[in-house]
Write a protein that binds this ligand. Structure first.
Ligand code: RM4
Ligand code: MN
Ligand code: MN
Length: 424
């Protein structure tokens, strides 16, 4: 299924008057309005190929129907999203869940939908049916050299797929760690992991980045070999200038100050990318902004401030990706909501009066500093985000149009009720 442009225009015309009224009100008094709208138009968020199907927990999975059965259909789904909001112009592949058989054809298909390939992801946290050695006790950290080599080779293979698709980064997330005290020598596990990462790093082309993702716990419940930003930063620093830390919002222990982590990684020049999601308890992979939108805003505030301080391009100098699981919602609806939440937080961060904030900070005026931040956070920026969409040729209300066009019903008709997408 594809959404023709005239359908988007027709829909926009039907809600234009109301939008104009709201936009005029919201735009009044916004400094540098056109610059802000341009930044919103340019900001694209990559969609993971494994998030287009229904997610599940270890207890069960309840499929919603019409899920993409092939990589081609996944690209079609991301294309649908992108035509609705013009903000999801990239796709991130997880290998071997999604192996491009014919890279040229896949690249051409993605380009037809206006999509490029974002970071490629390796998978050494599961055993594949044809795999020789098991990752039960880790991959890059494994005590057995041959198992480590198998995992290193897989990562190099993933980089090759990335090169063919025009991607310029690989994300390495390891489930390596231990479940019980005494199981692992931490120091040696770190050293082995570093050496394995060094071999992968050596295979990176010049323009390629390596993102080292950390996670506090799960599937290992006693220790994780890349368990927090400190460990990730250690690896990334030892590896060299092409290695960076990747922050997945759900990968922290409860109450961690993620905005401070982001600020420090940025100032060290070692923040590489983001996995957006939200959580209440752990790595819940809930819709971005659904639980703690204020935290999301505070993170974006640090991102904007920190990137501006280093003269970085917001849209392109970091990798922006959603990494969520849609267990009880239509994945495409969930992704539309996620992108909207990200854009709202970004727009609010762009509204922060940075000069006034700095003056308040320099004067240790705590109440004023809080007022300034919350002034931006409490501004309803939805009409600005909608206007940016309008200017980009997208729908003023993507989710409403998605429902009006009965996209899911159409996909079920095309693909069937009982389809399963690859992924977790
Ligand atoms: C992990 C982590 C990785 C993702 C896998 C599927 O928890 O977030 O980024 O690739 O899940
Ligand atoms: Mn992640
Ligand atoms: Mn995760």
């Amino acid at each position: 299924m594809q959404i023709e442009k005239y359908k988007i225009d027709e829909f926009n015309n039907s809600v234009l008057k109301e939008h104009k009224r709201r936009f005029d009100f919201a735009a009044e008094g916004v400094n540098g309005l056109d610059g802000i709208l341009k930044k919103l138009v340019d900001f694209q968020i990559a969609i993971p190929s494994w998030a287009l199907g229904t997610g599940g927990t270890r207890f069960g999975r309840f499929s919603g129907g019409g899920e993409p059965r092939t990589l081609e259909e996944k690209i079609e789904d991301v294309g649908l999203l992108h035509s609705l909001n013009k903000s999801g112009g990239a796709i991130s592949l997880h290998i071997p869940w999604d192996i491009p058989q014919d890279a040229k054809a896949i690249k051409a298909l993605a380009a037809q939908h206006g999509l490029r390939f974002d970071a490629v992801n390796s998978n050494t946290f599961q055993d594949q049916p044809d795999q020789k050695l098991s990752y039960k006790f880790g991959s890059l950290q494994h005590v057995d050299k041959a198992t480590r080599k198998q995992a290193v080779d897989h990562n190099i293979e993933v980089i090759k797929h990335g090169i063919e698709l025009g991607s310029d980064s690989i994300t390495v997330w390891l489930s390596d760690g231990s479940c019980f005290p005494g199981q692992l020598n931490f120091r040696k596990a770190f050293q082995r992991t570093l050496e394995s990462l060094q071999e992968i790093y050596a295979a990176l082309p010049d323009n390629f980045k390596m993102f080292v993702e950390y996670k506090a716990f799960e599937p290992n419940f006693y220790s994780m070999t890349v368990g927090d930003w400190g460990q990730s930063l250690l690896y990334a620093s030892k590896l060299g200038p092409k290695a960076y830390t990747l922050v997945d919002l759900g990968h922290h222990l409860p109450n961690a100050n993620i905005e401070q982590i982001v600020a420090l990684l940025l100032s060290e020049g070692k923040l590489g990318g983001f996995h957006f999601n939200d959580s209440k308890y752990g790595d819940d992979d809930l819709t971005v902004g659904s639980i703690n939108p204020y935290q999301l805003f505070l993170i974006f505030n640090e991102l904007v401030e920190g990137m501006d301080a280093r003269s970085m391009q917001h849209a392109t100098d970091l990798g922006w990706m959603i990494d969520a699981s849609h267990n009880v919602k239509d994945p495409l609806e969930d992704l539309l909501q996620s992108i909207e939440a990200i854009k709202i937080a970004y727009a609010q961060a762009l509204l922060v009066d940075t000069k006034a904030l700095q003056a308040a900070q320099d004067a240790s005026d705590v109440a004023k500093a809080q007022e300034i931040l919350q002034q931006a956070y409490r501004t309803d920026v939805r009409p600005l985000v909608a206007e940016a969409r309008l200017r980009a040729g997208a729908a003023l209300q993507p989710l409403q149009l998605y429902r009006q066009l009965k996209v899911r019903e159409n996909l079920i008709k095309e693909r069937g009720q009982k389809t399963v997408a690859t992924g977790l």
